[in-house]
Design a protein around this ligand. Structure first.
Ligand SMILES: NC(=O)c1ccc[n+]([C@@H]2O[C@H](COP(=O)([O-])OP(=O)(O)OC[C@H]3O[C@@H](n4cnc5c(N)ncnc54)[C@H](OP(=O)(O)O)[C@@H]3O)[C@@H](O)[C@H]2O)c1
Length: 214
């Protein structure tokens, strides 16, 4: 199974690093193009290649790790997904500049973390995400774990839990295998409409926890 990663910032690069540690091959893409990733892929080793967004999007399993506001640009105009697996690692948040007055907004419980929830009119973000990748089999995963924690699957005497959810059993089985191969403990939260809100920021009951399986 070939893997593409769209987004090579904190989260996308961390996912690539996680895969590289287990010798899993992937093509990593960002907005600026492969040349801008030369240093990173050299550091990550031979299993991780830099590619264009189109090249990453052509893989069997495509992990999307761009900021929410960039989804339309990143995923627009790509060839048909034709049932390929797309993993939603995003969260519907905007990132606040360090000097923005919004960082002092006491009505925003996430202001101290430099983020703000984007109002999707009550729709779960996974539903909105699905609209960006028509025809894909969407699995939500890697969105609830920090870039830092992705580098330490073994912790506190057990394996760090990675939750995932989706509507297609075969697609989820592939994600489960990937999570296991990377050394984490996969936990299936069920269908997308049920599982994804459980790990939604900031109110999903499982969103803020750091779970470890003994
Ligand atoms: N950071 C975390 O710990 C963390 C944890 C869980 C989930 N997430 C989620 O992961 C997503 C990414 O967060 P981040 O912290 O990694 O953000 P980030 O550091 O700002 O990285 C964003 C990446 O997206 C790329 N990008 C932007 N527009 C693009 C486009 N049109 N086509 C292709 N690539 C594009 C950027 O490329 P350029 O650099 O070339 O502009 C950059 O590589 C967000 O949805 C966030 O909520 C993050």
């Amino acid at each position: 199974m070939s893997i593409g990663i769209i987004g090579a910032g904190a989260q996308g690069a961390s996912i690539a690093r996680m895969l590289a540690k287990s010798g899993i091959a992937a093509t990593l893409a960002n907005r600026r193009g492969p040349a801008s990733l030369a240093g990173l892929v050299e550091e990550l080793g031979p299993t991780i290649a830099a590619g264009t967004v189109a090249e990453a999007a052509a893989k069997d399993l495509v992990i999307v790790a761009v900021r929410w506001a960039a989804l339309g640009e990143a995923l627009g105009g790509l060839p048909a997904w034709n049932g390929r697996i797309v993993v939603d690692a995003t969260n519907p948040v905007s990132f606040l500049d360090a000097d923005s007055p919004e960082r002092q907004d006491e009505s925003n419980p996430l202001a101290a973390f430099g983020i703000k929830i984007i109002d999707l009119g009550g729709r779960p973000s996974s539903q909105v995400f699905r609209d960006h990748v028509p025809g894909a089999r969407v699995v939500r995963a890697f969105n609830h774990i920090s870039a830092e924690d992705l580098q330490s699957p073994d912790t506190e005497g057990g394996k760090r839990v990675l939750f995932f959810s989706g509507d297609d059993a075969a697609a989820k089985a592939q994600v489960r295998r990937l999570v296991e191969a990377a050394g984490f403990a996969p936990v299936d939260l069920g269908p997308l409409d049920i599982g994804a809100p459980l790990v939604a920021l900031p109110v999903g009951p499982l969103a803020a926890g750091r779970f470890v399986m003994a």
